[in-house]
Design a protein around this ligand. Structure first.
Ligand code: DOR
Ligand code: ZN
Length: 428
């Protein structure tokens, strides 16, 4: 008969199937099967009453740092953190060393990911070495399984190169993910340009350094006739551009990260390097616009931009510290905070974390449908926990949320029928 796992008494929410119901979920080997009345003797039974049982969450923007910076994170440690955070799949950015700009590196990542705790979808580089000069090897990378292309971390400044990238990528069915930043406008900036940067005496990054490039990407995508995805949207002007483009029918999609709907540039106060990332934390006005965009569909995805760095790069003066924070283990509770505040409902949360990223990347998503692959995220929305540094699963601890009291804990993560994270304490 094969191994049977039963999730008992949970609230099943799947926006694609249109279900929201309290029911048992049966898994046999790697698939969801029809529930039966009698529990088989050998079955593993989890009591998930009070919990949400949802299609596996996908984080479409993480930095796994392998190859090249394994002291910050590895595919093993990063996917372990993903599973602990409730994710069954992650898309990893190409700014590794060497850069994922050719088939050999894509293959290395795909092979290393076989022993991981979550599915890994490698994203290839737009340009060789992320240098923004010549296009990378799209055909080779596609053959090794890359799901999209981006120079994330570096903007593609040359509009002609971006146009060619969109055209060439579309012939392989690959989408461009834009790191929207005009480096002339953000030059030397280390935080949001505004009142706080003035008070702290730090060089600011204006909102227009993002929005001007968001506008260019929309214009290029419309001109070329291809879809484009905007990474880590942080500003109100960018939200407004995306909203207007969508209403005209342009195929633009967008993601934001939990820190942009949770924190403002006030968090940089005290020159806290754990509040330093690119794009930077913005103003209250931007934060409210991001929340509005999550709720009205302008922003399609919550992705973490999980960017691990060691203490060497973070425990130094603010100006010199590396950009980025880890996010895999805090995204789900911070997302549930939006539910508690009435910004989004649970159905929308599942779209933002699961069905939308899967559709944008063109990858299989977990579904609660009978016969479907069992990629499942189980969250106890009432469970509170302290995000203690000692308990962090990622290899790095650069998070502004350390010691925060969080609510909404991923208690069980199942990837193709295999339990990759179990904090349920309820297996019989
Ligand atoms: O904060 C960031 N960290 N922004 C990026 O664009 C790159 C990332 C990283 O790789 O650390
Ligand atoms: Zn990134």
């Amino acid at each position: 008969m094969g191994a049977i796992t039963i999730l008992q008494g949970g609230r099943l929410v799947d926006p694609v199937l249109g279900i929201d119901t309290i029911e048992d979920l049966w898994i046999q080997n790697d698939r969801i099967i029809k529930s039966e009345s009698a529990t088989p003797k050998q079955a593993r039974v989890y009591d998930v009453s009070g919990c949400l049982v949802m299609p596996g969450f996908i984080d479409m923007h993480v930095h796994l740092r392998e190859p090249g910076q394994e002291y910050k994170e590895t595919i093993q440690s990063g996917t372990r953190a993903a599973a602990a955070g409730g994710f069954t799949g992650v898309a990893c950015m190409p700014n590794t060393n060497p850069v994922n700009d050719c088939g050999a590196v894509s293959r290395f990542i795909a092979e290393a990911a076989r022993d991981g705790f979550a599915k890994v979808y490698p994203v290839g580089a737009i340009s060789k070495g992320l240098r923004g000069i010549e296009l990378a090897e799209y055909a080779e990378m596609k053959a090794e399984g890359v799901v999209a292309l981006t120079d994330d971390g570096m903007p593609v400044v040359d509009s002609q190169l971006m146009r060619r990238a969109m055209e060439y990528a579309s012939s392989f069915g690959l989408k461009i993910i834009s790191h929207a930043e005009d480096p002339a406008l953000s030059f030397n900036g280390t935080m949001n340009e505004g009142y706080v940067s003035t008070r702290l005496g730090l060089k600011g990054i204006p909102t227009i350094s993002e929005s001007i490039m968001v506008y260019r990407e929309i214009a290029l995508a419309e001109f070329v006739g291809v879809p484009v995805h905007i990474a880590h949207v942080s500003t109100r002007p960018a939200v407004e551009l995306i909203r207007a483009a969508k209403s005209r029918g342009v195929k633009v999609t967008a993601e934001t990260a939990p820190h942009y709907f949770t924190l403002t540039d006030e968090a940089v106060e005290g020159y806290d390097t754990h509040a330093k990332m690119n794009p930077p934390l913005r103003s209250e006005e931007d934060l409210l616009a991001i929340r509005g965009a999550l709720s009205d569909g302008t922003i399609d995805v919550i992705a973490t931009d999980h960017a691990p760095h060691s203490e060497l790069e973070k425990d130094i003066e603010y100006d010199l510290a590396a950009n980025g924070i880890i996010g895999l283990e805090t995204a789900v509770p911070l997302g549930f905070e939006m539910v508690r505040q009435g910004v989004i409902d649970v159905k929308r949360l599942v779209e933002l974390f699961s069905s939308n990223p899967a559709e944008i990347l063109g990858v299989h998503t977990g579904s609660l449908q009978e016969g479907g692959l069992a990629d499942i995220t189980v969250v106890d929305p009432e469970k509170e926990f302290v995000y203690a540094e000692e308990a962090i699963v990622s290899k790095s601890v650069n998070s502004p949320f350390v010691d925060w009291n969080l609510k909404g804990k991923p208690v069980l993560t199942i990837c193709e029928g295999a339990v990759t994270h179990d904090h349920s304490g309820s297996v019989e």
